[in-house]
Ligand binder design. Structure first.
Ligand code: UN1
Length: 498
């Protein structure tokens, strides 16, 4: 552990004291202790970031891109130790820990290209001798609140774009995963040192809990709050940021579904379902939670899924061959068990879901992934249970399947497995999936960085990462230039002193 931290530029000795005990969900062992920071530290960080902003906004965007390029180089060079640290803190398997770092590298590449493409439109003016255009300017300090399940990548989506857009970042990571955040900051500092002219405090980390998070939310000096977490958290963050007219980017709960149509390639579907339902131990906001299967193929599909569920290797996520690591903590386990008990009482047919490896890891929470076959979409299915719990229900017509699909409060990711072009297009159409992400013959999780990531309804409406998500991190100015010797008014208004 000490070597790992050292490789990432952190000193274990400096991470040994404080009231925050960082434990690994792999075995419950203490990884570090840190002091908890709160509102005063947030206030100091925001002031320092505001000073950095005044300098950074004047640096040409392609130069800002160069700093992000150097950060991407540090990530490439440290992919292995950082991926391992992600696994140690979150319990996701090493392949996914490394994948998370790759996602950070990808967004750095994307942001570098973007740094030369922060385009504004020009418009035809209705007045002679006039030109209209829009310019995009740096917005200000960006506050990032991130969740335990993607302790680095989601921050990187925000930070890489914010930095090329000219905005410093104050980051409040989940208190479950502060070491990954501190390592990212240390790597960023190396990149900044190589860059040479970066203002101090472009990226700051505040390790704290609710108090620190809310201080960031309420601080008038934070121009944009980008928060990833539960819908419950978003319900509090959204109105508080709105009350001070700040900007908010919310990535909240998902409740993602897959429709499996009669024409679907079931081999493909089984693989996609397995990865998206049990990968990351069901703890992605894009995890597959609801399987809506056509009655004609349901039995055949479920037999295969139950086999896969029974044989999927659950265990230490650092070991090659493991596909499912532990849940993040006891609370997550208890929540899952409570939902399973309620489902069973309501008549659902339950396969799996029991605790595993309790003897080898008494302080960790491993579970056999669970399938709950249900006849209708009950109350539990309207909520996001952050665990490997997949609901399966049957449908007869595509209209019915789409109605079931959309009949939940969340709207993040979705997909259909079909070889019928009409069904695929209907699913993607305005009367199909109501989610921010809708896929065909590919699962709902594991999105690439190039597209805009986010969802509708209680998922919060935010968009991060690719496409034109960068606009959230800038302010738009509409400019009209008069190069004539007249002063015509818009809408043909005459306003003359005669
Ligand atoms: C999240 O779960 O918070 O699409 C983000 C995916 C990942 C990101 C998930 N690229 O599953």
């Amino acid at each position: 552990m000490n070597e790992l931290l050292r490789a990432l530029g952190l000193e274990a000795a400096a991470l040994a004291e404080g009231e925050l005990c960082v434990v690994s969900p792999i075995d419950g062992r203490t990884l570090a202790r840190l002091p908890m920071q709160g509102a005063p530290e947030v206030a100091a960080a925001v002031s320092a970031a505001q000073r950095a902003f005044l300098e950074w906004r004047g640096v040409p965007a392609p130069r800002r891109g160069e700093l992000v390029r150097l950060f991407g180089e540090e990530l490439r060079a440290h992919k292995d130790p950082l991926g391992r640290l992600v696994t140690l803190e979150t319990g996701k398997i090493l392949q996914e820990g490394l994948g998370e770092v790759q996602e950070m590298i990808d967004i750095c590449d994307f942001a570098l290209g973007l740094s030369r493409q922060l385009y504004g439109l020009t418009m035809a003016s209705e007045r002679p001798g006039h030109r209209m255009m829009e310019t995009w300017h740096p917005l200000g300090v960006v506050g990032v609140i991130s969740a335990f399940n993607f302790p680095a990548a989601v921050w990187a989506w925000n930070a890489a774009l914010a930095l090329v857009c000219g905005d410093p970042v104050v980051w409040k990571p989940s208190e479950k995963t502060p070491l990954t955040a501190l390592a990212c900051r240390a790597l960023f500092e190396r990149a900044a040192a190589r860059f040479g002219q970066a203002p101090a405090n472009l990226v700051q980390v505040v390790v704290g809990g609710r108090e620190a998070g809310m201080a960031l939310v309420d601080h008038p000096g934070v121009a944009l709050v980008s928060a990833t977490g539960s819908t419950r958290m978003g319900r509090e963050v959204g109105p508080r940021v709105a009350a001070r007219f700040g900007r908010c980017l919310l990535e909240l709960g998902g409740n993602n579904a897959m429709i499996v149509a009669p024409s679907a390639d079931l081999d493909l579907a089984v693989r996609a379902i397995l990865f998206s339902a049990v990968g990351t131990a069901g703890q992605r906001c894009t995890t597959l939670r609801r399987l809506i299967v056509h009655r004609d193929v349901a039995d055949a599909l479920l037999v295969r899924l139950k086999q896969a569920w029974a044989s999927v290797r659950v265990g230490n996520p650092l070991e090659a061959g493991t596909l499912v690591g532990p849940l993040i903590d006891r609370h997550a386990f208890e929540r899952m068990q409570a939902v399973i008990a309620r489902l069973a009482a309501a008549g659902a047919r339950i396969t799996g879901g029991e605790r595993m490896l309790a003897e080898a890891f008494p302080d960790a929470w491993y579970v056999r992934p669970c399938i709950a076959e249900v006849d209708a979409q009950g109350a539990e299915m309207h909520e996001e249970t952050f665990a490997p719990l997949l609901y399966a229900l049957r449908y007869d017509t595509l209209e019915e399947a789409i109605a079931l699909h959309n009949d939940v409060p969340q709207g993040l990711s979705s997909c259909i497995f079909t070889n019928d072009l009409r069904e695929a297009e209907a699913f993607l159409s305005s009367s199909g999936s109501d989610c921010g992400i809708a896929n065909v013959n590919i699962g709902p999780s594991g999105a690439e960085i190039g597209g805009a990531f986010g969802g509708e309804k209680e998922t919060g409406g935010g968009r991060e990462s690719g496409s034109d998500s960068w606009r959230s991190y800038m302010r738009r100015a509409t400019n009209t230039v008069n190069y004539s010797r007249e002063l015509p008014l818009a809408q043909g208004i005459r306003f003359e002193n005669v």
